[in-house]
Design a protein around this ligand. Structure first.
Ligand SMILES: Cc1ncc(COP(=O)(O)O)c(C=O)c1O
Length: 352
């Protein structure tokens, strides 16, 4: 399941390639580029992106910045790098970023904010990941008080991974944004799966984008590209982000072959996310999860014997994530079609 620290055995099997052909619902990061995407990659016009000369990377950065209503974008190797640089742009070393205790940026990014950037993080415990603007606002510490670690930024995740793919309420995002302008606090959006949130809520990407100072969005999750995320922000901030990316070793050369996959994904795989969401609903109904808790492409099954079920399902060619001893997570994506969903539902329904 990648982002959730799977057991070591899980990784070693994936490396051995023994999972080919399985119905893999561990994560939407497991997709493989389609023949059309591979063709687009093979045919991409490229240049040295560290020189700013890769036309395909430049096109992707412009396209994504436009989609989110920002001035500029930066292609980065991963969502983690996008998030961490994004937060660094709005938070100085020794200041803090405030976020939900289950946020990816503090749970699965290896303490990067502290380890790499000297950024302090503070968390609030939310209702299953759902944003409550006032709860965060109440915890913000003024940067003018020299007794306190000042809060420079708040980070919000949409959709929320550990929250089972929940979509943040637009009203709460707007409340936080309007408050933040008054308070002089910046907002970072971890939009790894903002595409799923947008397709589910009908709120367009630019509306979400304009409610953040910096936003990191991933091409390698439900959109099905093999690699890459884009950080969007103002032109000045992206110029600074370019230095951070290079400093971290994320300056890539003929990266157009990867950016081409991202452009292809935006063209072909964005609106189809609705299908993944229908598949998640189907799984929920078949497996006894409350469909109302399934807002995007993730289904969480609680109160189950997770290790036993995961092992038994695997033996029948269905892969799921164990989030804890009693919780399983299923993530739908473009590499599992309706027949695969039906088959997975049959196998899991029997086991549960
Ligand atoms: C919500 C969220 N943010 C960020 C990331 C990080 O992306 P990457 O794995 O590309 O570093 C993930 C990865 O799964 C994620 O789920």
């Amino acid at each position: 399941m990648g982002e959730e620290g799977p057991p070591a055995s899980h990784h070693s099997q994936a490396r051995g390639g023994t999972l080919q052909g399985a119905i893999d619902l561990r994560s939407d990061t497991v997709t493989r580029p389609s023949p059309g995407m591979r063709r687009a990659m093979a045919e991409a016009e490229v240049g040295d992106d560290v020189y700013g000369e890769d036309p395909t990377v430049n096109a992707l950065e412009e396209r994504v910045a436009d989609l989110f209503g920002h001035e500029a974008g930066l292609f980065v190797p991963s969502g983690t790098m996008g998030n961490q640089i994004g937060m660094r742009l709005v938070c100085e070393p020794g200041q803090e970023v405030l976020c939900d205790a289950d946020a990816h940026v503090v749970t699965y990014e290896m303490g990067a904010a502290a380890a790499v950037f000297g950024i302090s993080t503070r968390t609030v415990v939310s209702e299953g990941g759902r944003l409550d603007a006032q709860q965060l606002i109440d915890q913000v510490r003024p940067r003018t008080d020299w007794h306190l670690t000042g809060t420079a930024a708040v980070a919000v995740e949409n959709s929320h991974n550990r929250g089972g793919g929940l979509v943040q309420p637009l009203g709460e995002l707007q409340k936080l944004w309007h408050w933040s302008r008054e308070a002089g606090v910046s907002l970072h959006l971890d939009g790894a799966r903002i595409w799923n949130a947008s397709v589910a809520s009908g709120v367009d990407l630019a509306t979400y984008g304009r409610l953040a100072d910096t936003a990191s969005v991933c091409l390698s999750k439900g959109l099905g590209a093999p690699v890459g995320s884009v950080l969007v922000a103002s032109a000045d901030r992206i110029a600074a982000a370019r230095l951070w990316r290079k400093r971290l070793g994320g300056g890539m050369r003929q990266a157009g072959v990867l950016a081409a996959a991202g452009l292809y994904a935006l063209e072909h795989n964005l609106t189809r996310l609705a299908e993944d969401q229908e598949h998640a609903q189907l799984l929920a109904k078949r497996l006894g999860a409350d469909p109302a808790t399934v807002e995007t492409n993730m289904v969480v099954l609680d109160g189950v014997e997770a290790p036993l079920i995961a092992e038994a399902a695997k033996a029948q060619g269905v892969l799921v994530s164990q989030v804890s001893a009693r919780r399983i997570r299923l993530v739908t994506h473009l590499d599992v079609d309706r027949a695969g969903i039906d088959r997975a539902a049959d196998v899991l329904a029997e086991l549960i």
